[in-house]
Design a binder for this molecule. Structure first.
Ligand code: XMP
Length: 384
């Protein structure tokens, strides 16, 4: 078949079972795309869709038990989807042989550290260690304004905190043999592609990224390394993880520290967390309304990632009879499917207005709200 711009958009050679397309049947907007894929898999390749989430969980649990035996496993829990699903899976497989280390850098969104702690102390029966590193991180970032420098400091400190706990654990006479990681299939592809300029053959090269201290070694287990993100989410739900973890938005490792432009201070963090909470409340509700209307998650206009950011400026305002000289907050809300490109979300004015009024009224220290109307490219989703 052909299109206006493509002389051969698809072709087939049924006798040899060869089929090719010059477009993306897997993309949501491709008409009959799913049907094409289904025909190819089930009619041409003669596969049967006979796996279930339960059988996948059983297989993964058995594989983890087999590999780990009686040994102990340590896992860095970030609060994100991937590490949480690995933790839930390992909890099911080996229970208290798993120690989850949650390094709290203080830059998660409001309420999230408490949620992580709640889930992995009350719901799952694992060893859970909450490392309160908030003060240390703030100290390390004092006076630092360069984005890359912030990222480097935060990343380096994570492993310091993590290995300090790992070494303590080793001292109690039951050494830890394994480190579990939430590596998912796209991570492997990406790191392979980065190292080799396109080939995914050196797929394990990302392992080198863990800066093991001198003399420290763990064998890695990566139970999600054959799953895509939506499968990881489905796995999480089947394992009983709450929706607020399973459907978490993408979130940068350095967290709110890179949504505070310039130096990070306790005062700015407090402002940002409170403003960000309002953005989430309003847009969560907006997405829920769209879901109720369309019956579809991620429908055409649902907002994919949304947050508040804090620029390094002050502006003049007036409240009551008083002149204020306070901080503006920037709202960011984008539609995207893979974060490679993104459109700024065309939110209704009344919704923007409500977020603005609420933030200025409810968050001390803020007197103005901006909405970012830039797409990616040329901007990025994050600010630093
Ligand atoms: P940008 O800002 O480059 O972001 O358009 C693309 C997507 O990646 C997320 N992001 C990160 N995720 N560590 C992460 O795990 C990071 O350092 C990081 N920086 C950006 C961002 O939230 C967006 O979804």
């Amino acid at each position: 078949s052909r299109t206006e711009v493509c002389p051969v958009a698809s072709m087939e050679y049924p006798e040899r079972k060869l089929y090719a397309t010059q477009f993306h049947p897997e993309v949501r907007h491709t008409e009959f795309g799913q049907t094409m894929l289904r025909n190819f898999l089930f009619n041409v390749c003669e596969l049967t869709p006979d796996w279930t989430m339960d059988s996948i969980i059983e297989d993964s649990v058995a594989a983890i038990r087999e590999e780990v035996g009686e040994d102990r496993v340590i896992l860095g829990l970030s609060g994100g989807v991937d590490s949480s699903v690995v933790a839930a899976l390992c909890a099911k497989a080996i229970g208290k042989q798993l120690t989850c280390v949650f390094v709290n850098h203080g830059f998660l969104r409001k309420g999230e550290p408490e949620e992580v702690e709640e889930v992995f102390t009350k719901q799952f029966d694992v060893d859970f260690i909450h490392v309160h590193a908030e003060e240390r991180y703030l100290e390390l970032l004092r006076g630092v304004t360069d984005p890359e420098e912030k990222r480097r400091i935060i990343g380096t400190q994570f492993w310091k905190e993590f290995f300090a706990v790992a070494e303590d654990l080793a001292d109690d006479g039951r050494p830890v043999k394994f480190l579990a990681q939430g590596t998912i299939y796209p991570d492997i592809i990406e790191s392979g592609a980065r190292k080799t300029g396109g080939k995914a053959s050196t797929i394990k090269s990302h392992h080198n990224l863990i800066p093991f201290p001198e003399g420290v070694h763990f064998d890695l287990i990566e139970p999600l390394d054959h799953f895509f993100k939506d499968e990881v989410r489905a796995l999480g739900t089947a394992l009983g993880l709450p929706d607020y973890i399973v459907h978490r938005q993408p979130f940068p490792g350095p967290g709110l520290a890179i949504r505070i432009i310039g130096e990070v201070t306790a005062e700015k963090l407090e402002i940002l967390k409170n403003a960000d909470l309002i953005v989430r409340e309003e847009l969560d509700a907006y997405n829920e309304r769209l879901f109720a209307e369309t019956g579809e998650r991620n429908s055409e206009h649902s907002v994919w990632q949304y947050f508040a950011a804090l620029p390094d400026i002050r502006t003049v305002g007036v409240m009551g009879d008083e002149r204020t000289y306070a901080r503006p907050v920037i709202l960011r809300a984008v539609e995207s499917s893979d974060a490679m490109t993104a459109d700024w979300a065309k939110l209704p004015y009344d919704l923007l207005g409500r977020m603005s009024s609420r933030i200025v009224a409810e968050v001390p220290g803020v007197n103005r709200v901006f909405y970012d109307v830039t797409s990616k490219p040329p901007a990025t989703i994050e600010f630093e």
